[in-house]
Design a binder for this molecule. Structure first.
Ligand SMILES: [Zn+2]
Length: 297
């Protein structure tokens, strides 16, 4: 994780130690990084003295003209550098899902999280989620807002009661899928409602604005099995053979053929549909095919 930040460090401080210092959010007094220079000219071991606050060198080496950096003598192997670049890129992707001000929490509206009461300075960047509303940034504990959003077909900002934008909902959903979030509820019926809420949100985002969980509550298990049979046939027609997700989607459809007559068949069906909808980047064709298959049941 730290190596991913190396690329953002100014050139004159481009050392692993400097990057560590750059990334830390703890008060500067708490950090005791070692000086980034070698002990003395001609030596290859690192200076053991702690670096000065706000600097990557100790007081002696900071005054030295042209100090030799330990990292410049110990070149990182190519494979490790590639790993660092990939890790940095993956970390940036995760931080992009968190939203604005994930690393700089100065101008956010709320000082504490609504669900956990955690301070904005102590919230982990990987558990942070923020969205903009009228130019203001509201931030939340990502798990808390994920659960909040799954409890309604039209989720709102808890502070202003304004409906969340499609962009915020989609970004949060991708965060949830990447973090293997599941619906947390006390009873199967609540969990079922949460799953169908998320499904209805996806249907609405793709143009089917009247989608609602009640529309799917009257189907019995044989209807769901029939729906998956229709859906499999439709996907074989509408998705081109070169589509990289085609086989995976059809395999999940075939799992739907075996939905059993039990108390939780709608839960199982919702799980399979959510699993399918999490795969393509643009799910419009899949949403259209699913709703079309439901209409024919
Ligand atoms: Zn030193």
């Amino acid at each position: 994780m730290l190596l991913g930040v190396v690329l953002e460090v100014p050139a004159e401080r481009k050392s692993v130690l400097a990057a560590c210092f750059h990334f830390q959010e703890e008060p500067r007094e708490a950090t005791m990084n070692r000086c980034a220079a070698v002990r003395s000219r001609g030596a290859t071991d690192q200076c053991p003295t702690p670096a000065m606050n706000g600097h990557s060198l100790c007081g002696r080496h900071a005054r030295t003209r042209g100090p030799v950096l330990w990292a410049s003598l110990h070149k990182t192997p190519g494979v490790v550098r590639i790993q660092a670049l990939v890790r940095g890129w993956l970390l940036r992707c995760r931080l992009a899902l968190a939203g604005r001000r994930v690393l700089c929490r100065k101008n956010v509206v709320n000082e504490e999280d609504l669900f956990t009461c955690e301070s904005k300075h102590r919230q982990s960047p990987l558990q942070y989620f923020a969205f903009e509303e009228l130019g203001k940034t509201y931030w939340f504990d990502a798990k808390g807002i994920w659960t909040w959003v799954s409890r309604s077909v039209t989720p709102v900002n808890p502070y202003t009661k304004t409906p969340l934008t499609n962009e915020a909902r989609k970004r949060l959903r991708v965060w949830g899928w990447k973090n293997r979030m599941t619906c947390s509820a006390d009873t199967p019926s609540d969990m079922m409602l949460q799953r169908w809420n998320i499904l209805s949100q996806i249907f609405r985002e793709n143009g089917f604005t009247d989608a609602h969980p009640h529309q799917f509550s009257n189907f019995d298990s044989s209807d769901y099995r029939t729906m998956f049979v229709f859906l499999e046939r439709d996907l074989q027609i509408v998705l081109p053979e070169k589509d990289i997700y085609r086989d995976k989607l059809i395999r999940i459809c075939r799992r739907g053929h075996g939905i059993r007559d039990s108390d939780i068949y709608t839960l199982h069906c919702a799980y399979l549909l959510l699993r399918m909808l999490s795969i393509p980047r643009d799910p419009y064709i899949l949403v259209f095919s699913i709703l079309s298959a439901f209409m024919r049941c």
